[in-house]
Design a protein around this ligand. Structure first.
Ligand code: ADP
Length: 592
């Protein structure tokens, strides 16, 4: 029954780690505390049992934006979900209350302060609550980083509803915070599930900021063209300046901070989730609870306040489990600036706690040790070294790798294209792309067409960067790539060329990403277009229609029947009813 719902309603074939145990605990009427990293799939742990049990599940969640996304996603899966919060008018709340009392709502989302509102507890007494969910439960703890006084009041829940079980969820909790959650919420002998802190789809980097860090930022973004990401900056001014800088460089980026009007902010938020812009540059005011699953990168252009903040913020990347990358740019001056803010605090106990958190943050940024392991250690989780998922581990192997053949292929393609084209076009020819430009210049007829299909686009970029570094390549008029005398020697096979092995490893990793994400750029793009079309027609965020993972699976499988479509990751009955036909039509079109 549970497995069937997992497939038919949510479209997933298997549970992820700890999901089944969490579902089981709720179904057997136990209190529960689940600590799973962002993207671990916490929502499903309570949404699925909510469907199995009679009654309504009341979910307490800290932010309206978060509730809004969750409710839209549930409704989109055909589940009766609603929220009550301060953004709604009286009539709207009345209508929801009515449905609630009639038992027509499966999941009700509320903010913690709602519990203190006049008559709300009485209302809850009138309905059949199957269990409570406390999302972002670390907010109850003063030891955490996002303590909210409204969350403290949740300690009364057990007194008021002694017979209703509570399930608490969070992504970040040290052992101390974990204990605090259990005690504050008065959980009764709870099942405690603690997932690994490791986010094995995140490639984590940290670099000392050089000058204002702009070059480092551009270099990083080069690898993430057209992908969605968040860039965190320290102050509103930094946010504005960085956003402007990126706009001038041609990026679809916008600024977001608390100093902007709420209309502007919600406009930026909406543009981001509907994919009208790719990058949001923000202060920490942005992102808590953001549900967008296909954020491919997170950059900090200055050091965050604590490891908890950092881990939450980078955690917003890659919730769909696909490879994503993070970059932290820091300097000693960030640490000094943060220290001065703490100096002004009142309570000495709190001050000491914050100094110690700051030290740990700085030592993380500045460390040569495995970054995943360090994050794990901070959250009391013993992890092995990641080996190839962070810059520290990657740079330990400074062995080099021979790329003579690849270099010769690249140079020869530049030569055959008469040294008149930019590097992207050269790579297109090498990889046998079917782009219009390739046909326009008859480059598909060249002997070099498609001889570089074994390496991803990013791999070829790394090879070309190495050749630029060796001064084998130069850029001429109209960005055309030119071969220098050194390049000619390499082309004739007279000079050996190698690259640092770690760079090649990241090429391999990029290839893995290519295999998943870019199997066929053009086909994937077609599915994205269809998703964007549906998203704006129906006013639903793109990733709620279908995740990137689902689109990739569609592009790979190109199903032609309903049964085949239901095999696609993330397609359940309800979503099939809603969008299946249009996606099948596209598949048929693409197969012909
Ligand atoms: P969290 O709240 O822990 O950050 P979410 O509940 O938002 O994570 O889930 C993250 C992503 O993982 C979502 O896109 C969701 O559809 C997907 N997901 C959840 N459970 C599964 C599963 N069992 N199999 C595949 N994908 C899943």
């Amino acid at each position: 029954m549970v497995k069937k719902l997992l497939k038919t309603v949510f479209g997933h074939d298997n549970f992820r780690a700890f999901q089944e145990e969490a579902v089981e605990a709720i179904l057997s009427n136990k209190d529960l505390l689940t600590i799973l990293p962002t993207g671990g799939g916490k929502s499903l742990c309570y949404q699925l049992p909510s469907l199995v049990k009679d009654g309504t599940t009341v979910v307490i969640s800290p932010l309206i934006a978060l509730m809004h996304d969750q409710v839209s996603a549930l409704k989109n899966n055909g589940i009766e979900a609603e929220m009550i919060n301060s953004s709604q008018d009286y009539q709207e709340i009345q209508n929801i209350t009515q449905k609630l009392v009639c038992g027509e709502i499966k999941l009700l989302y509320i903010a913690p302060e709602r519990l203190s509102a006049n008559g709300f507890i009485d209302l809850l007494h009138q309905i059949n609550i199957n269990f409570f969910v406390i999302d972002e439960a670390h907010c109850v703890s003063e030891w955490g980083h996002e303590f909210r006084s409204d969350y403290r009041n949740l300690s009364k829940l057990k007194e008021i509803f002694p017979n209703v079980n509570i399930s608490a969820f969070t992504a970040t909790a040290t052992k101390k915070v974990q204990e605090d959650i259990v005690n504050t919420l008065k959980l009764d002998n709870p099942i405690q599930l603690r997932g690994k802190t490791l986010r094995d789809n995140l490639l984590i980097n940290s670099q000392k900021r050089v000058s204002n860090g702009r070059n480092q930022l551009l270099n990083f973004l080069q690898k993430h063209q057209k992908e969605c990401g968040i860039i965190y900056a320290f102050s509103r001014k930094d946010v504005e300046k960085t956003a402007k800088f990126l706009q001038e460089k041609g990026y679809r980026a916008d600024a977001y901070h608390a100093g902007l009007s709420s209309e502007v902010r919600s406009g930026v938020y909406t543009d981001f989730i509907y994919e009208n812009i790719d990058i949001v540059v923000a202060t920490i005011a942005f992102g808590m609870g953001i549900d967008k699953s296909n954020i491919r990168f997170v950059v900090h252009v200055s050091m965050p306040k604590t490891m908890e903040n950092y881990y939450q913020e980078i955690g917003r990347a890659g919730r769909d489990g696909l490879p994503s990358e993070t970059l932290l740019l820091y300097s000693k001056s960030d640490e000094i600036q943060r220290r001065m803010l703490i100096d002004n605090l009142q309570s000495s106990e709190y001050k000491n706690l914050m100094y110690s958190k700051l030290n740990k943050m700085y030592s993380f940024a500045n460390s040569n040790e495995c970054r995943h392991k360090k994050i794990g250690a901070y959250f009391d989780d013993e992890l092995l070294e990641c080996e190839d998922l962070c810059d520290s581990c990657n740079s330990q192997e400074l062995e080099s790798q021979d790329i003579k053949t690849q270099s010769m292929k690249l140079l020869s393609t530049i030569y055959r294209c008469e040294q008149r084209f930019g590097i992207n076009h050269i790579i297109d020819v090498l990889r046998g792309s079917k782009s219009q430009k390739v046909y326009q210049f008859n480059h598909d007829k060249l002997s070099v067409y498609g001889i570089g299909e074994d390496l991803s686009k990013d791999g070829w970029i790394a090879v070309s960067e190495r050749l630029f570094e060796l001064e084998a390549l130069d850029i001429g008029e109209f960005k055309a790539t030119k071969i220098t005398p050194i390049g000619l020697e390499i082309l004739k096979g007279k000079i050996e060329v190698s690259i640092d092995k770690y760079k090649l490893q990241s090429i391999k990793k990029e290839r893995k990403k290519d295999e998943i994400l870019d199997v066929n750029d053009e086909i994937f793009e077609k599915f994205r277009e269809l998703r964007r079309e549906i998203s704006s027609e129906q006013n639903v965020p793109a990733y709620i229609v279908f995740s990137d993972k689902t689109l990739v699976d569609f592009a790979n499988k190109l199903p032609l029947t309903k049964d085949e479509a239901l095999e696609v990751n993330g397609v359940g009955e309800v979503k099939f009813e809603r969008y299946g036909e249009r996606f099948l039509n596209l598949c048929i079109e693409l197969k012909n």
